[in-house]
Design a protein around this ligand. Structure first.
Ligand SMILES: Nc1nc2c(c(=O)[nH]1)N[C@H]1C(S)=C(S)[C@@H](COP(=O)(O)O)O[C@H]1N2
Ligand SMILES: [Mo]
Length: 534
């Protein structure tokens, strides 16, 4: 091995000593490749929401497959630390095998790479036989193997160049010290990135899985106060119309979180503070013990374009925020509640809306009869009928600060969106879809939904080819806080037709035809579709 230090390099003499322990270095490269495998695979598993980790799958498979005697022996030898012991054993095994693979790859390529491929196949087996494994759960392992093989080959190539330069300096374009440095930089950088990414991803994945397990264990109490029931007449029998209640799996999702926050309800608490006489800290079990209310409400996003689908309706279960505020007793000239989430998001909601007896503003824990799905804010979020999500619907909420609009701003306000965000009167044609063909001379259902949550919709009108407006049939709703389905039967003549819709709110406003973009406080304009009747 050479003995220069980096500071000698400008004046370095070409070394004539061949590398003394190249096999040892190749073994180290094998271990770095294994680290790359784990780092990439764990990162992939994190992107899959914590699923598909080969590390977890193989560990569990070993535990499951181990004969009872072995398990007893482990417990006897290591006590309750048997899992730690298993982990140490597995690590020793992986280090030994990957070191061997490095040596093998240097001497007889591509047999070292094949060792990694074989390990990958075993890991895939373990992953795919785990209960509840999904379609893509093998992807992290496959990506991990690819990463390991690439690292193995690339870093070993650097080792070979260093070896060559050290053995016959005159035959090498660069001095051995430069090749040595290149090898070390590649090896150390790869190892560091792999370890950091792998460790962070594993921690993230286990937090997600812990939160998922906690969610499965949640048993929501029944509602102490039932909201208005969904009348049978809320759903029209029309093919292609949006269902009145949106299933959780189809509910639109909008947030700034790169990764769905993993919040264990056991660790959750909500702090109500700021301009209040009484600070409150509410824990999960305390929240569930309060009299919860059920309420059907439509939630929509300010970014929704005319005709867009960033809107949904659910049956929410939660505690009225007004009751919480009544306990906290806001003081002075407070006019806003800044809610904050674990992901750094915040929303500024008018205090009077949250205190209003007639507004079912909820600290929600349930959505359509289930605990909130992780991506919709588990364990606790806000839902405020009549306001866009960005000023009201904070998911994974942990803090309510009573303050003033003059003193504080929600996340989106300094980013070009209005301080206040009441939902605008809108309507949408779900069927027929734009650009489709319908049968001329036959009855066609023109149908969709219309909304202005909290105000309510009292009529929907449709016109074809700019003709007179016709009243559509309007479905019932659970309350003014939701959208309403509508339908108009129509018998088209042959040719192309343009269909437009507009809604009329319960307080008599006619939906504006003025077209505005979503920014800064919600799109307006009439939705239209063009269809061809043949
Ligand atoms: N923590 C957090 N809550 C959030 C957001 C966010 O980015 N982070 N986005 C808001 C916006 S803009 C909308 S429209 C709604 C969407 O809620 P959903 O994803 O459950 O449909 O959540 C709101 N709550
Ligand atoms: Mo939104």
């Amino acid at each position: 091995m050479t003995t220069e230090t980096p500071t000698d390099e400008p004046t370095v003499q070409p070394s004539t000593t061949p590398l003394r322990r190249p096999a040892l270095l190749a073994a180290a490269v094998g271990v770095v490749a294994a680290a790359a495998f784990l780092g990439v695979a764990e990162f992939g598993a994190l992107l899959l929401g914590g699923a598909g980790s080969p590390l977890v799958a193989v560990g569990s498979a070993v535990i499951d497959l181990a004969p009872p005697g072995a398990k007893d022996l482990m417990v006897a030898l290591f006590g309750t630390g048997d899992k730690v012991a298993l982990f140490v054993l597995m690590t020793v095994l992986v280090v030994a095998i990957s070191a061997g693979a490095g040596v093998l790859e240097r001497a007889r390529p591509p047999f070292g790479a094949l060792v990694f491929a074989a390990g990958g196949v075993l890991a895939l087996l373990a992953v795919s036989t785990r209960s509840g494994s999904g379609t893509f759960d093998g992807a992290p392992t496959v990506l991990g193997v690819v990463a390991a093989v690439v690292v193995l080959r690339v870093v070993l190539r650097r080792l070979r160049r260093w070896e060559a330069a050290a053995a016959v300096p005159t035959a090498s374009p660069r001095p051995a010290s430069v090749e040595r440095r290149a090898f070390l930089v590649w090896g150390v950088t790869t190892a560091t990135v792999a370890v950091v990414v792998g460790t962070a991803s594993r921690l993230g994945s286990s937090a997600m899985q812990a939160a998922a397990a906690a969610r499965r264990a949640v048993r929501l109490p029944g509602a102490a106060v039932r909201g208005p029931a969904v009348p049978a007449g809320a759903s029209l029998d029309v093919e292609g119309i949006t269902p009145y209640l949106t299933p959780n799996a189809d509910f639109y999702r909008i947030d700034t979180a790169l990764r769905v926050p993993a919040v264990d309800p056991a660790d959750w608490s909500l702090r109500v503070h700021g301009a209040v006489e009484q600070e409150i800290t509410l824990r999960w079990d305390e929240l569930l013990a309060l009299p919860l209310e059920e309420h059907v409400a439509t939630l929509s996003c300010v970014s929704n374009e005319v005709g867009g689908d960033l809107i949904g309706t659910a049956r929410w279960l939660g505690y009225p925020i007004r009751d919480l505020l009544a306990r906290a007793r806001p003081t002075g000239d407070a006019d806003m509640v800044l809610s904050r989430s674990v992901d750094g998001f915040s929303a500024g909601t008018p205090l009077d809306v949250l205190q209003d007896d007639g507004t079912a503003a909820l600290l929600a824990v349930g959505m359509n009869g289930e605990p909130l799905p992780a991506e919709h804010g588990f364990p606790v979020r806000m839902v405020v009928p009549g306001l866009f999500g960005y000023v009201s619907a904070t998911k994974w909420v942990t803090e309510l600060e009573v303050t003033r609009f003059a003193d504080a701003q929600g996340y989106w306000t300094p980013r070009g969106w209005s301080e206040r965000g009441p939902v605008k009167l809108e309507s949408r044609i779900d069927t027929p879809r734009n650009g489709t063909t319908v049968a001329a001379g036959e009855r066609v259902a023109i149908a969709g939904v219309a909304w202005q949550p909290h105000t309510g919709v009292k009529a929907v009108e449709v016109r074809v080819d700019g003709d007179t407006w016709q009243r559509a049939e309007l479905a019932d709703s659970a309350s003014a806080d939701t959208w309403r389905q509508w339908v108009l039967r129509w018998t088209p003549a042959e040719g192309s037709h343009r269909i437009e819709v507009r809604a009329i709110s319960a307080d008599g406003q006619v939906q504006t035809s003025v077209e505005r973009p979503p920014a800064p406080n919600g799109a307006t304009g009439w939705h239209s579709v063009t269809v061809d009747a043949r």
